[in-house]
Design a protein around this ligand. Sequence first.
Ligand SMILES: Nc1ncnc2c1ncn2[C@@H]1O[C@H](COP(=O)(O)OP(=O)(O)OP(=O)(O)O)[C@@H](O)[C@H]1O
Length: 301
Amino acid sequence: MIKVENLTKKYGGFTAVDDISFVAQPGRVTGFLGPNGAGKSTSMRIMVGLTKADRGSVTIGGHDYMDIPNPARHVGVLLDASAQHAGRTGREVLALSAATMGLPSTRVDEMLSLVSLTEVESKRRVKNYSLGMRQRLGIANALMGDPQVLILDEPANGLDPAGIRWMRGLLKGYADRGGTVLLSSHLLHEVQMIADELVMIGRGRIVAQGTPQELLQDSGTFVRALEADRLVEALQAAGFDPTPVADGFRVEAESVQVGKIAAEHQITLVELKLADGGLEDLFLELTADTQRETYPEGAQA
Ligand SMILES: Nc1ncnc2c1ncn2[C@@H]1O[C@H](COP(=O)(O)OP(=O)(O)OP(=O)(O)O)[C@@H](O)[C@H]1O
């Protein structure tokens, strides 16, 4: 378990992390989500003793990271996949880790195979690795000591869709076996697919936390019916104000309410689900006044 309590970090007069508290539980993947510069990396660096907090505390399994003997056996960390020694081969990077942790060299082959780095790739220097390969190597390194806790900063960065799916399976399996996973991302969809719990951060402060379902609860229902006009009339008569979205409507109501209204009026529903993009709206809304960059019209964020 990772317990973060009232963590605050200032750089001069600027508050990068502002009184954040949350818990990442064993058996769960906790997504630490926020726009660029929100304070995710700073928080994670504090968790593993690389940056000193001004206030607050972090414990991992009840201990300060710095007090854990042979910490890599307990906490797997991937903060910056590009920070690995560029002149070493992937195999050398892992072999050094294994030796530092007192693990047999057979563990290196196990880890290479786990992250699907081939024999040939493992003998290439890290400077010639793609970002995706560096992430795989970083994940292998983090998992080397068979830790109970994983702290991963933007681990999906540079992975292609197949790689992201692979990582999702790996981390879910790890959490299912009782591990604690904390991973950061600035991409909502990425985290939404993987996380059991979400902690949203904007301008150093936590703006929302809960399960994706809890955070979606208030975002309404998406409904699509064969008789769209009649559905709108029935919903309006029941006091709701459906908004057209794609080929259906978004209603500020629970799915069961919308379903009942449709059934009462014998309207055939084609789709009834939590409103798509609800979490994204929430994310953008919650971080709207915390966005550091604005993009010129027409430019891609
Ligand atoms: N050593 C430092 N000195 C001064 N400011 C810093 C330092 N490290 C981070 N910051 C600032 O603190 C803020 C939070 O940065 P941080 O890297 O934690 O954000 P992040 O959420 O990880 O963002 P990203 O998704 O872009 O990686 C930023 O404004 C950053 O410029």
